[in-house]
Design a protein. Structure first.
Length: 316
């Protein structure tokens, strides 16, 4: 990203936040400087907290298979089309290759397409759980590389805005199965809808996917802003997709980190980058993951690096 584009992106983010461009950045504004206030009704108990209450187990080191809780990561974005689903699928595939039990949950409930990407045709999906027709264990299907998949529905508008009781129903059902896995990757929809915010707030970690596109950067900031102010999330992980090189990814992270830290009073951690790779669309057309079809391609190498980071998180 060139200097002029970087400055334009900073200007847009500042404008969105009501910050005058060129003003002196405070050391820490705190949340009182942000226009939104935390709504008590947005208090959400994470999957981990629910699991602890259910099992009455204390948090133990994750290298103890008998007592470890699963790592639950939401992969989200402010803007659509940044590659979330592809990222989730490839990371899940690589992690399962590391010997980990991986569950991928598609929570883009109105336009879910994880099953299409993976070339699977599930008979049931999350809509059948919400309607009470099926338990969540009944809709779980096998994916590539021994992954397990919870498919979303597609083309059902009513599911794009679930009620709180419907979302809590899904969470309660999840408690029946998550303890059987080492990690759960939640593929959310894009944006800041109530569904997106709920599943992000339910996760242990939130990974925000961004590309060099200026609107993707601005919308990523917007997502983190809402989650930090309304849901009290103070830490995020940033994954930069579709970059030409590592330097471009690091620069995008650096200027987003600067603004989020000083104007939102949050911290973001650089999770890595995925290089542009012509093999990715080739895999999509074949309903295969690039990590499976072209394991030595540039993007596949990047997925291995990011997956290793998640693997290390699971051990600590």
């Amino acid at each position: 990203m060139g200097r002029r584009k970087r400055e334009n992106s900073l200007r847009r983010i500042c404008s969105y936040s009501g910050i005058e461009w060129g003003s002196v950045m405070p050391q820490s504004t705190g949340k009182t400087d942000i226009s939104m206030k935390k709504d008590p009704s947005t208090n959400i108990i994470s999957f981990q907290e629910r699991l602890l209450k259910k099992t009455s187990v204390r948090m133990m080191p994750t290298n103890d298979p008998k007592t470890a809780l699963p790592k639950i990561i939401a992969v989200s974005s402010g803007k659509g089309g940044v590659g979330k689903t592809n990222i989730v699928a490839n990371l899940g595939y690589v992690l399962s290759g590391f010997g980990k039990k991986i569950l991928i949950m598609d929570t883009d409930l109105g336009l879910g397409n994880l099953d299409v990407l993976l070339g699977i045709t599930p008979k049931y999906n999350i809509s059948h759980v919400i309607s009470g027709e099926k338990a969540i264990v009944d809709i779980m299907v096998d994916g590539p590389g021994k992954m397990k998949i919870l498919p979303a529905s597609s083309g059902i508008q009513a599911l794009t805005h679930l009620t709180r009781s419907q979302m809590d129903l899904i969470s309660d059902q999840m408690l029946r199965i998550v303890a059987s896995f080492d990690a759960v990757l939640i593929d959310t929809a894009a944006g800041i809808s109530s569904n997106v915010l709920y599943f992000n707030a339910s996760a242990q970690d939130v990974c925000v996917v961004v590309t060099p596109d200026l609107t993707a950067i601005t919308d990523a900031y917007a997502l983190m802003k809402v989650l930090s102010i309304q849901y009290g999330i103070s830490g995020f992980r940033l994954l930069v997709n579709q970059v030409e090189n590592a330097g471009e990814a690091r620069e995008i992270f650096n200027h987003l980190e600067l603004i989020t830290r000083q104007f939102l009073d949050i911290s973001i951690h650089f999770m890595g980058h995925i290089l542009k790779d012509d093999n990715i669309p080739k895999g999509v057309r074949c309903q295969k993951m690039v990590s499976d079809m072209y394991p030595k391609s540039p993007a596949s190498v990047c997925f291995k690096v990011v997956a290793q980071q998640i693997y290390d998180m699971m051990q600590n």
